[in-house]
Ligand binder design. Sequence first.
Ligand code: ADP
Ligand code: 5GP
Length: 203
Amino acid sequence: MTKPTPLLFIVSSPSGAGKTTLCRRLLAEFGDLRFSVSHTTRKPRATEVDGRDYRFVDEAEFERMVAADMFLEWAFVHGNRYGTASAEVDAAAREGKDLVFDVDFQGARQIKARHPGAVTVFVLPPSLDELKRRLRSRGTESPESLVRRFEAAQAEIAQHGLFDYLLVNDDLSAAYGRLRAVLLAERIRHDRVAHLATDILGI
Ligand code: ADP
Ligand code: 5GP
């Protein structure tokens, strides 16, 4: 059997639109998915676990990794540095799993440039008022961070043309249904499964 390379499945959105919630559901349902744990210089939130949600590092460590060319991509987002270590893709390939990324549009663009087969999904809030409400109700941001994230949202949304799929996260279950449909369809694109005719039927 030919072992397929991992599907790189990128989910982006302005802060508060619901990408973390949607990605968690995907990971809970599909055991053959791995979450790409990013490095960040941001401080952990009360609910976050180092190594599960992010690898929390200081500026010096992040800089050391940049200099050592250890990142597949990295970017400044809302005043902090965030990056995906190339080792995440290697680990997914070793485990035979597909890889889910929660990265911003700069990360999506960089990953797509290096891996054109990556699939990119942009999650939109149903309105800017609802985006503000969700960001507030999450209760994780300082007043300054709330303003910064909300102000960045419109510029981030303007980048939607970079993405393969646009998903409005209105009703959570309905939005999740659409997200999993994208994953399932992308997994059987011809170029990913062309080997099956030979592997299964010898043709
Ligand atoms: P992001 O990761 O995009 O910043 P989160 O997944 O943290 O966003 O979601 C922000 C807040 O909105 C969370 O409190 C989450 O529970 C809530 N939320 C997510 N999706 C929905 C939805 N469809 N309807 C209502 N609230 C939602
Ligand atoms: P948060 O601080 O809310 O966890 O994330 C802020 C933003 O950083 C989100 O848009 C999230 O997708 C993005 N982000 C998280 N990890 C990475 C990463 O590794 N690379 C890039 N480019 N963005 C990331």
